[in-house]
Design a protein. Structure first.
Length: 225
C-alpha cells in the first residue's frame, strides 16, 4: 500500500560531487554536493544561493567537478557541515556548520593544477571535470523560496579519468563495473552493486552516437585558458 507523506527532502540517490573553486584571494575552496545531473558534456548544478561555492562559480565562471569513489567517503565526511563563508550564514549555523578556510587540508585531499581553469582538481578523485559556466538560473522566483537556490549550467571542457576505471581496449569509455561512485541518498552514503543487475537494452547503442559538438569545442580550449 502507498501512503501520502511529506518528507523534508527528496534526495532519492545521486552521485556526490566535490566542487573546487577559487576564492577572491586566489585560495582554493572545496565543497561536497549531490544535486547534479548531466546531459552530454553539460551539467546542471543545484546549489544554495548563499554559499561560497556559488559565489565563486558566478564570479569566476568556472569550477572543477571532482567525483569521489566510495573509498573517499571519510574525506567527504570531513568536509560535511563546513563552509568557506565567514561569518557563517544563519541557516547553516542552525544546521551545525562551521567556517573552514583550509578545505583541502582538513579533508586530507590533494589539490593539483587544472589545464583550462584556475580551480584545482582533486588528485584522489578518479574523475575530474574542468568546467565553464554557461548560464545561471534562479529557482522558485515567484514564491517564498525566492533567492534560496540557484541552478547553474556548466560546460565540461576537460575530462580526466583514472586509467584504472577505463574499459579494456577502449580509450574513451569508462567501465561501469570498475567505477564505484559515492552515492548520497537521504543524507546517507551508499555505493553501487558490484555488478550490473541486468544487461541494458540502451547499452546496445554505441556510446559514440551520444557525442556532441561540445567535445570538439573542448579540444580548442588552450592549456591554462
Amino acid at each position: 500500500m502507498h501512503q501520502t507523506i511529506e518528507p523534508g527532502i527528496l534526495y532519492f540517490g545521486t552521485p556526490v560531487v566535490l566542487i573546487s573553486s577559487v576564492n577572491e584571494d586566489g585560495s582554493p575552496n572545496l565543497a561536497p554536493m549531490s544535486s547534479a545531473w548531466w546531459l552530454g558534456w553539460r551539467c546542471m548544478l543545484g546549489l544554495g544561493a548563499v554559499s561560497k561555492t556559488t559565489e565563486n562559480i558566478i564570479r569566476t565562471r568556472e569550477c572543477v567537478l571532482n567525483l569521489p569513489s566510495t573509498d573517499l567517503v571519510a574525506a567527504v565526511n570531513r568536509l560535511a557541515r563546513t563552509t568557506g563563508t565567514n561569518p557563517v550564514p544563519e541557516g547553516k549555523l542552525r544546521r551545525g556548520y562551521r567556517y573552514e578556510r583550509n578545505k583541502f587540508e582538513i579533508s586530507g585531499l590533494t589539490p593539483i593544477s587544472s589545464e583550462t581553469v584556475a580551480a584545482p582538481r582533486v588528485l584522489q578523485c578518479p574523475v575530474q571535470l574542468e568546467a565553464k559556466v554557461e548560464a545561471t538560473h534562479g529557482l522558485a522566483e515567484h514564491d517564498a523560496l525566492m533567492g534560496r537556490w540557484m541552478a547553474i549550467e556548466v560546460r565540461i571542457q576537460r575530462v580526466h579519468v583514472d586509467e584504472a576505471i577505463l574499459m579494456s581496449g577502449e580509450r574513451n569509455r569508462i567501465d561501469p563495473d570498475k567505477w564505484r561512485p559515492l552515492i548520497m541518498s537521504f543524507q546517507q552514503f551508499y555505493g553501487l552493486e558490484q555488478h550490473q543487475l541486468q544487461e541494458s537494452i540502451l547499452a546496445q547503442i554505441p556510446e559514440s552516437l551520444y557525442r556532441t559538438p561540445d567535445i570538439e569545442r573542448a579540444r580548442t580550449v588552450a592549456l591554462g585558458g
